[in-house]
Design a protein around this ligand. Structure first.
Ligand code: KET
Length: 466
């Protein structure tokens, strides 16, 4: 099959294929019949060339140079949304991705976000590049939101903050910092954790191992296991902690347990690395949800925090977040910030401005800030109410005596149902309920009207599929 046809009339080859120009020209020299181009060991690509005066016609035949690239599996979380779109059933329900929906199951743009955007439009702000570290007003606002505006660590200028590409991009830059400046250091990750954490550290070439977190027997935190594994790790490891609303389990340590976790991390000279993707969404209070980070900061510990505004401001597609590195001195913070910028520049150069302006405007304006808090409480409240309703339906309908109260103990956007892969498959195949295969459902995608249907699906899957 003919795959590529190029006509070249005195066109320099480098303009067609710049990166490979030299080898292309060298390999074509004095060859009129067939030439091996960019030969892969197994699948060489042959090109036949014919000369017609000044015009050379090159016809590429045979297989693609990308033939040895295999099909990637669908993403365990975002792939669920793709499968959901393809389902034509009226009953279908997307509880896969952690994205807030209204009671009508529609995406929700916060009113305060619209107000901030209108203001930005009125001001007619430009689209110049941001500095590598992002929007200064955003960086100030985001560090204040995380640590609290009065936190001495900010006045002492001990925090290096740069704007990142939401939570994921911020985690990735922080991972690159670890890889570059702590070679060989391991990151300890909770078992289970958000599906993308391992990918991020793998791609950054940072070794990781897991610490126990979830105990299926108690459907709660395996606190002793967690502490033992953090203790057993090599001194100076990084410990990845979910600041609040642990994903996927919805189980957070108590304040007393956080203190003990901090004790062990300090004892072992580890460095805490917080992923804060749900500030405000766990309890409805921004301050309360940042209390874990603040507790560690108050002990004088150095730490890293990746922040996201996808969920709490509903800015999923704007990709706005931050990397914060709390250092023991202002001097160290300046140096760390310079290196974060150095990592960001060849990766994505500088971050997008729109979401950062929204955050800066909302957090920086007391009226908007209060409106945001109200809307966040509303969103967190709706999730809590469907959580309760799901539990009510499960306990009323399931006659087996199974205790479903663990659902009420979990917090945040998700519920970790305990359904295994086969049971989760049944939820999707039979009931058109889309969820991740680890048994996680996003309650943010559930409406009160669908609670009964979901309870039927869960009861059927739990009791009739093993
Ligand atoms: N950390 C955690 C714990 C997390 O759940 C997410 C997103 C992120 C970081 C990154 O979000 P970002 O939009 O990059 O700021 N979790 C949901 C979406 C996803 O998987 O990308 C989810 O678990 O459904």
């Amino acid at each position: 099959m003919v795959q590529i046809v190029c006509f070249m009339a005195s066109i320099p080859l480098s303009s067609i294929c710049p990166s490979a120009a030299l080898s292309f020209q060298e390999k074509c020299k004095d060859k009129t019949k067939s030439s091996v181009l960019f030969g892969k060991e197994k699948q060489p690509l042959y090109m036949k060339t014919k000369s017609r005066g000044r015009i050379t016609m090159a016809v590429a035949v045979n297989t693609s140079r990308f033939d040895n690239i295999t099909m990637a599996p669908p993403d365990p979380i975002l792939g669920v949304s793709e499968a959901f779109k393809a389902d034509t059933s009226d009953m279908k329900l997307n509880l896969g991705v952690g994205a807030y929906r209204t009671e009508e199951l529609q995406p929700y743009v916060l009113k305060v976000v619209k107000k901030a955007e209108n203001l930005m439009l009125e001001r007619g702000e430009n689209k110049e590049y941001l500095p590598i570290e992002g929007l200064a007003a955003f960086n100030k606002a985001t560090a204040e939101l995380l640590f609290g505006a009065d936190n001495p660590v900010l006045h002492q200028q001990r925090v290096a903050t740069i704007q990142g590409l939401s939570g994921t991009g911020s985690l990735r830059v922080a991972a690159a910092l670890i890889e570059r400046y702590f070679p060989g250091a391991k990151v300890l990750i909770s078992s289970p954790t958000w599906g993308n954490h391992k990918n991020i550290f793998n791609d950054a070439r940072v070794p990781w191992s897991e610490y126990r977190y979830y105990d299926p027997k108690t459907v709660g935190l395996d606190f002793d296991g967690m502490i033992a594994d953090i203790k057993a790790a090599p001194d100076g490891s990084f410990v990845l902690l979910h600041g609040c609303a642990h994903n996927p389990t919805g189980i957070d340590p108590t304040p007393e347990q956080w203190e003990k976790i901090a004790d062990v991390i300090q004892e072992k000279n580890h460095i805490p690395f917080f992923d804060v993707a749900y500030q405000g969404f766990a309890s409805g209070s921004l301050d309360e949800d940042a209390s874990s980070v603040r507790l560690f900061a108050a002990r004088g510990m150095e730490l890293l925090v990746a922040q996201s505004y996808s969920k709490n401001l509903g800015l999923y597609a704007e990709r706005v977040g931050a990397i914060n590195v709390l250092c023991s001195s202002a001097d160290a913070a300046v140096r760390v910030k310079s290196q974060l910028k150095r990592i960001a520049r060849p990766m994505y150069s500088n971050p997008p401005v729109h979401g950062a302006r929204i955050v800066a405007n909302v957090v920086g304006n007391p009226d908007f800030f209060n409106e945001w808090k109200e809307e966040m409480e509303m969103m967190a409240g709706r999730i809590k109410s469907v959580r309760q309703k799901l539990y009510n339906n499960l306990s009323a309908k399931d006659k087996s005596g199974k205790d479903w109260s663990f659902i009420l103990k979990q917090i945040g956007m998700f519920s970790f149902t305990g359904l295994n892969k086969a049971q989760s498959d049944n939820m999707t195949d039979k009931w058109h309920v889309y969820m991740t295969k680890d048994g996680r459902i996003s309650l943010a995608g559930l409406s009160a009207a669908k609670c009964e249907y979901l309870a039927d699906a869960i009861i059927d899957s739990y009791h009739n599929v093993s």
